[in-house]
Write a protein that binds this ligand. Structure first.
Ligand code: GDP
Ligand code: MG
Length: 445
């Protein structure tokens, strides 16, 4: 179950004119629970709480001064939300999703991690990504302990059209070394080593990995960690880093229920950056790490702070909340629809906006509206009378024709707009009415 800690914390602060240390402490208790439930390691939680406490208490003065000037209408509760979020982002940064490439000769990428963490899958995903960037990867099947591991990588290679190197007569360190020779001979410019893992940290495994590292001097050693194993991932990461000095890590299986707190812990404990996130079993489900999304996920809400910031850029906060409320209740007229289109146009596309909410899942066909279409819709709604905008059921043949003519569209276009508007209203009603759904997650509702 998704923690209510963050929301509870915010509710505690609602209506409070200023953030006193006592109020902060109460709110932080809720945050602590939320973080622990999201698998953030205890020590990391403690440091996080201490840091937010200091900042939140210090912010009281600022809020008052600004409200006196009338410059900003941010409530202490909003402020607290933002501080937590920013602090979490800061803990996960600095962002460095780059890979190191050799100027000359094949670049080495060594995948390490426990068995089942997703090394082989992620090796395939990386090969896919590199292909798209115009590179010529070579995959190396160096896990000789699991019978199916070599075959698994070969299947991935075949699907991608990427060669897979394997030598059944060689030990992994020799095989990896030979793979670089092969890469040079065949003009492959990136060598991805898929190594063997064990169920737990194991001395034989570590020695083998150290030997592979010494023999191939890979430019990137990436630790692959399963988000589902939560706090255990931290100890594992620390040990891998101690022995191999990793360059960064990849957190997999974030398409599941895991809230991703392990990422925060691994980053804090090793000091190494999060490079990518695994978002599914398919080869295209690899995302570059962005702290905003993960911070929201860990705290138990969508990318809501980012959304609020986008709104703040174009409309004042009060209006943004009213608008969001209206849209999500499904009670919006065609006029509201076009007003929203104007706002949305300034914010980026509607589909992008909706993507910020991981709760929604796949959107039904017809909800995605691109920017060009927004312009056409705007023209059609502008050609309607105020009555028609309020009450689309007024539309008959002659009205449809009039609007079509006025906007330079066809009658069919206008009919489609009305269908779409009705469909969107239904969808929004569902989203807004979803039990424990969006409205209850939006700061301020
Ligand atoms: P390895 O033992 O470290 O090489 O792990 P594998 O690459 O064989 O992955 C173990 C299992 O996790 C496989 O069933 C993969 O399909 C699955 N897997 C890997 N990455 C992801 C991911 O990002 N999301 C999901 N849902 N499954 C994943
Ligand atoms: Mg494997």
């Amino acid at each position: 179950a998704v923690s209510k800690g963050f929301k509870a914390a915010r509710n505690r602060l609602r209506g409070k004119a200023e953030i006193t240390p006592e109020v902060v402490d109460e709110a932080l208790r809720d945050i602590r629970v939320a973080l622990l439930e999201a698998d953030v390691e205890f020590g990391v939680v403690k440091r996080f709480i201490a840091s937010v406490r200091e900042k939140a208490t210090g912010e009281v003065v600022d809020t008052k001064v600004e409200s006196k000037k009338g410059a900003m209408k941010v409530s202490p509760a909003d402020h607290f939300v933002k501080i937590c979020h920013d602090e979490l982002e800061a803990l996960m940064g600095p962002v460095d999703t780059s890979l190191t490439f050799k100027a000359k000769g094949p670049t080495g990428i060594m995948m390490v991690g426990l068995q089942g963490s997703g090394k082989t899958t992620t090796a395939g995903k990386l090969a896919n990504k590199l292909l798209a960037e115009g590179k010529k990867p070579l995959l190396v099947a160096a896990d000789i302990y699991r019978p199916a591991a070599v075959e698994q990588l070969k299947v991935l290679g075949q699907r991608l059209g990427v060669p897979v190197y394997h030598d059944p007569n060689a030990r992994p360190p020799q095989m990896c070394k030979a793979a670089f020779e092969q890469a040079r001979a065949q003009h492959r410019d990136v060598v991805i080593l898929d190594t063997a893992g064990r169920l737990a940290i194991d001395e034989d495994m570590m020695r083998e990995l150290e030997e592979i590292k010494a023999g191939t001097e890979p430019d990137n050693i990436l630790l692959v960690a399963d988000a589902m194993i939560g706090q255990d991932a931290v100890k594992t990461a620390a040990e891998f880093d101690r022995r191999l000095s990793i360059d960064g890590f990849i957190l997999t299986k974030l398409d599941g229920d895991a809230r991703g707190g392990a990422a925060l812990s691994i980053k804090e404990v090793t000091g190494k950056p999060i490079k990518f996130l695994g978002m599914g079993e398919n080869l295209d489900k690899l995302e570059e790490f962005r702290p905003e999304g993960l911070a929201g996920r860990i705290l138990g809400f969508g990318d809501i702070v980012g959304l609020m910031q986008d709104f703040e850029k174009v409309v004042d906060e009060q209006k943004a909340q009213e608008d969001a409320e209206k849209i999500l209740s499904g009670n919006f007229t065609l006029q509201d629809f076009v007003d929203q289109i104007r706002v949305v146009k300034k914010m980026g596309s509607l589909s992008e906006l909706l993507e910020k909410f991981p709760l929604f899942g796949d959107l039904p066909e017809g909800v995605n509206i691109d920017d060009k279409e927004l312009g056409r819709i705007e023209a059609m709604v502008d050609s309607m009378t105020p009555d028609e905008r309020k009450n689309p059921s007024l539309f008959n043949d002659s009205r449809l024709n009039r609007v079509a003519k006025g906007s330079g569209r066809t009658k069919k276009d206008v009919q489609e707009l009305l269908t779409r508007y009705n469909g969107m209203r239904t969808v929004m009603k569902q989203i807004g009415g979803n039990a424990g759904g969006l409205l209850s997650r939006l700061p301020g509702f």
